[in-house]
Design a protein around this ligand. Structure first.
Ligand code: HEC
Ligand code: HEC
Length: 346
């Protein structure tokens, strides 16, 4: 704690914003410092359905406050009821990520924020000009942008900065697990959940990727792995995929292309089927699971890992049969239920 205080004294962009048990310091970019007016503006933009082609979709449609900032659907629904290929991840604690989207195709909250607005199956706006026009025609927004950014000329960068500032307030820590593990309050976990916490770090090998450090737990290492989830959808193409990276020559559907994961961004063959390790905070509230929403319950997720995942040529070596007993699987599930925290919007 003392170290963090010294750091925040030397570098004002490192905030003790949350002061919540179990979280690392929050780093705020120098060029987008937080102010209450900017956060407030970002919150309005995040919740504004006018920012979509048919006036029906806001960021909050898929990242709902009462569903721990997810939408409860297998894959998300955008304008005109169009569905995509991916499950909406939570935005809580996204402020601690080093890359964004399940394949890491965006490198800051600011660049991420603009992508859904012009995605044809999400907000469906035509281009940047269409976004700015909607904001410009609202007198209240004009005043707010002027107050925050000291200019009459609203740009998409301003919009992105305001939304990102709001997202940096969607922070959750101080769960029962944090109070037990970092706060050393042994009353906070049941015996079963406490055993589950050890299985998570040892026999289950979960913390290998869903990281827990000595003084905080991000539950993600911000890296990418093939744990086998979407691979059965690519079965018929596996022999060809092993020998060619000329993916365009294969007649893949949108869903199959989505399963290529990190490979789509890097074009490195060993990245086929890799996805970013998701944060597990509030995991009991964010079913269904995985990038394609293919697993309905936490018990089934644990069963999936226990069996060693879907075999495929790129399966990560850290995924192997775990031989957990029924009791151990129940303990692990009890533990995952203790990662729930309120979202602290300061
Ligand atoms: C139609 C549903 C939908 C809407 C609307 C939507 N999102 Fe998302 N969001 C998703 C899905 C699905 C993903 C994962 C897609 C992927 O990674 O390819 C995602 C990913 C994200 C991520 C990355 C999370 C991570 O784990 O890396 C952030 C941050 C985010 N959205 C914020 C926003 C913001 C800000 C808006 C509004 C400007 C928005 N979303 C609008 C469905 C939606
Ligand atoms: C090799 C790294 C790795 C290991 C080991 C690992 N995970 Fe994961 N985990 C991931 C990745 C990557 C995903 C996302 C996969 C996807 O979306 O296709 C994931 C997804 C999940 C999800 C779904 C999250 C969501 O929001 O949909 C849960 C729950 C989960 N893991 C729990 C566990 C548990 C419990 C263990 C131990 C038994 C474990 N993980 C071991 C990397 C790992």
């Amino acid at each position: 704690m003392r170290l963090i205080l010294i750091l925040s004294f030397c570098f004002p962009s490192i905030l003790l914003a949350n002061n919540l048990l179990g979280l690392p310091p929050l780093i705020i970019p120098e060029n987008n410092l937080q102010t209450p007016a900017k956060i407030n503006l970002g919150q309005r933009l995040f919740n504004d359905k006018r920012l979509s082609a048919d006036g029906s979709i806001s960021c909050a449609s898929c990242h709902q406050a009462d569903k721990a900032l997810t939408d409860g659907l297998k894959t998300s629904k955008g304008i005109n009821g169009l569905t995509g290929t991916r499950n909406a991840p939570t935005v809580m604690n996204a402020a601690f990520y080093t890359s964004f989207f399940v394949d890491g195709r965006s490198n800051s909250l600011e660049t991420q924020a603009l992508a859904p607005l012009t995605n044809p199956i999400e907000h469906g706006l035509k281009d940047s000009a269409a976004i700015i026009k909607i904001v410009q025609t609202d007198a209240e927004y004009k005043t707010a942008f002027k107050t925050v950014f000291k200019t009459n000329k609203i740009t998409t960068e301003h919009i992105a900065q305001a939304i990102a500032s709001f997202e940096r307030t969607l922070i959750g820590g101080n769960s029962n697990f944090d109070q037990y593990f970092f706060g050393r309050d042994k009353t906070k976990l049941s015996e079963s959940a406490a055993r589950g916490s050890r299985i998570f770090r040892r026999k289950g090998n979960c913390a290998n990727c869903h990281e827990i450090s000595w003084n905080n737990a991000r539950f993600t290492d911000n890296r990418f792995y093939n744990i086998g989830i979407g691979m059965p959808k690519l079965n018929e193409f596996l022999p060809q995929l092993k020998h060619t990276t000329a993916i365009n020559s294969l007649a893949l559907t949108n869903q199959q292309i989505s399963e290529l994961g990190r490979f789509q961004i890097t074009k490195i063959p060993s990245d086929i089927g890799k996805f970013k390790t998701p944060n597990l905070r509030n995991i009991a509230l964010t079913a269904p699971y995985m990038h394609d929403g293919s697993i309905a319950t936490l018990a089934e997720v644990i069963n999936y890992y226990n069996q060693g995942g879907n075999k495929n040529p790129w399966l990560d070596p850290a995924i192997f049969p775990l031989n957990l007993t029924t009791q151990e699987q129940q303990d692990l599930e009890a533990f995952l239920h203790e990662l729930t925290s309120n979202i602290a919007t300061e």
